[in-house]
Design a protein around this ligand. Structure first.
Ligand code: DGP
Length: 114
């Protein structure tokens, strides 16, 4: 499996503004934020896209969302509300092929998304 910039961030090989990490996930601020809070939550395991998820990853996906919940509280956006997004492949705009959950908040969100 090819390595990505997020794999390097998860291993501490390149810097990022890390807001949370544990044995399974790492979360850091997006380089190109689309909202006052824009954090990316990634598994340390290098899964390229949602399409590559396996049944054995079920617990890991739960950990991504539990980390997002914790970070939303940490960032002070939990009560007002926030959005989580996972882009899968080109039509959805995925550009980094290491699974990541976008956590966006701090402003009103439109619907439907673009
Ligand atoms: P996506 O389009 O869903 O693949 O989102 C990739 C996001 O990753 C995009 O919002 C910009 C962000 N990004 C790309 N390269 C870097 C990087 O080197 N560091 C950080 N912190 N974010 C990055």
């Amino acid at each position: 499996m090819s390595d990505t910039i997020f794999g390097k961030i998860s291993r501490g090989e390149i810097p990022a503004d890390i807001v949370y990490q544990d044995e399974a996930v790492v979360a850091f601020r997006d380089l190109n934020p689309q909202a006052p809070t824009h954090v990316l939550v990634i598994p340390r395991k290098p899964i390229p896209t949602l399409n590559a998820l396996e049944a054995e990853d079920a617990e890991l996906v739960g950990k991504l969302f539990l980390a997002a919940r914790k970070i939303a509280e940490q960032e002070g956006i939990a009560a007002a509300g926030y959005r989580t997004v996972i882009n899968c492949n080109a039509a959805a705009g995925q550009t980094v092929f290491h699974l990541h959950l976008h956590l966006l908040g701090g402003r009103p969100m439109g619907w439907p998304p673009g």
